[in-house]
Design a protein around this ligand. Structure first.
Ligand SMILES: NC(=O)c1ccc[n+]([C@@H]2O[C@H](COP(=O)([O-])OP(=O)(O)OC[C@H]3O[C@@H](n4cnc5c(N)ncnc54)[C@H](OP(=O)(O)O)[C@@H]3O)[C@@H](O)[C@H]2O)c1
Length: 364
């Protein structure tokens, strides 16, 4: 594909915003043209606005250091005129985020969002690009509702489920997944934090992440949902029950999964499904598509967070320890990078898909 897009990052100073900047700084199609954040940062250079908050392992890219940060709310029309679409990851109240993202869409600026505000708006696709690209069909009816020609909102799902939903979805297609019990072990960057800024997490586990268990149980059902009359109707099954724990890890969410099937497969059949699974991003060779999305490790002590979270640039899912269970049919563990596949990387891949499939075109 030979297209160039001007993009904006809304919430550029935050943890996910910084990930966007590091991923986009040498992107073959997307050129960072606008950075925006709260009124606290607006008017400052990006470097000044960060004030030492840059936590990426890579250097702060030269290109963005001196860009003047705009006000994400006050400058919507200006931002929309300067870019082809925006990525959005802001820490605001849910109703404020809903209104903000709709305002961008209505200003004819597509929004690819990391926020949860619109995840259950029925005509907003919640994309895991390898799995539910067909949900993009609702974009036409969303545009009709918003009265727009090119503006719309697409979101990505919560970071907690980015390992176990990809592992279970292709198994459901073949064997029928009935019941899933999952316990997640989630990194502190999922709360926008580092150990410096959250010393209470050192040598500690906190058995509560506000709203996370509900998201981990409910969002998969939208991903499994069907498009009917321009809306996504969530599925009734599989049944999910989840517990989500915060653990002292910088990046990478691990999940321990128990699964019951309609037609119980053999262990070899399950591994074969994982090894052979690929989706539209692989077909289109999108820049951020991992070559092998699902990676099964045979060693008993794999995958490990520190060793495998960065697999294929943090865009692949690592799976291991598949074995029979006494209560369910099988149990296994899986891992994904929460701010890459689970946040900014997943959104960049979704945007690549939306561009490659013609849902977002450059303005000129
Ligand atoms: N961290 C993860 O792994 C992860 C994963 C998936 C989804 N998410 C979601 O992504 C979003 C951002 O998360 P984060 O971890 O990056 O948060 P964060 O580090 O706290 O950053 C928040 C960003 O929002 C901006 N902001 C705050 N109030 C604003 C306002 N009134 N108007 C405009 N911008 C405002 C901040 O700008 P200032 O610097 O100017 O205050 C900053 O850029 C959240 O909705 C979160 O749920 C996070």
């Amino acid at each position: 594909m030979n297209k160039n897009y001007k993009v904006g990052v809304i919430g550029a100073t935050g943890m996910v915003g910084q990930r966007f900047i590091s991923l986009l700084s040498d992107h073959p199609w997307f050129d960072i043209t606008v950075l925006a954040a709260s009124p606290r940062s607006a008017g400052k250079t990006y470097e000044e606005a960060l004030g030492g908050r840059w936590v990426m392992k890579t250097e702060l890219p030269e290109k963005v250091k001196n860009m003047v940060v705009l006000d994400a709310q006050a400058d919507i029309e200006k931002i929309a005129s300067l870019v082809d679409f925006v990525f959005c990851a802001v820490d605001m109240k849910k109703d404020e985020i809903k209104a903000l993202e709709e305002a961008y869409a209505k200003a004819e600026c597509p929004v690819v969002s990391n926020n949860s505000a619109h995840r259950f708006t029925p005509d907003v696709p919640m994309l895991i690009p390898e799995i539910n690209v067909n949900h993009c069909d609702v974009i036409a009816s969303q545009k009709e509702r918003l009265g727009t020609k090119r503006g719309f909102i697409a979101v990505k799902s919560n970071c907690s489920l980015q390992s176990y939903v990809p592992a279970l979805y292709p198994l459901d297609e073949k064997f029928g997944v009935e019941d899933v019990l999952v316990c997640t072990y989630q990194a502190i960057s999922g709360a926008g934090k580092t150990f410096d800024r959250w010393p209470e997490m050192i040598d500690n586990v906190i058995p509560y992440i506000g709203g996370e268990e509900e998201k981990s149980e409910k969002e998969p059902l939208k991903i499994w949902g069907k498009v009917e009359n321009g809306e996504i109707v969530p599925a009734q099954k599989p049944h999910f029950t989840a517990q989500c724990l915060r653990v002292p890890v910088s990046d990478g969410h691990m999940a321990a999964v128990f699964v019951r099937f309609k037609n119980k497969p053999s262990k070899e059949e399950i591994i074969e499904v994982w090894n052979s699974f690929s989706g539209r991003p692989q077909e289109l060779s999108l820049p951020h598509a991992p070559k092998q999305f699902l990676n099964y490790f045979t060693e008993d002590n794999m995958p490990q967070t520190k060793m495998h979270r960065d697999l294929e640039g943090g865009m692949a899912v690592s799976i291991g320890r598949l074995r029979e269970d006494t209560q369910y049919d099988y149990k296994f563990v899986c891992l994904s990078h929460n701010t890459l596949r689970g946040a900014a990387g997943g959104a960049v891949l979704a945007a690549e898909l939306l561009c490659a499939e013609g849902y977002i075109e450059p303005k000129n």
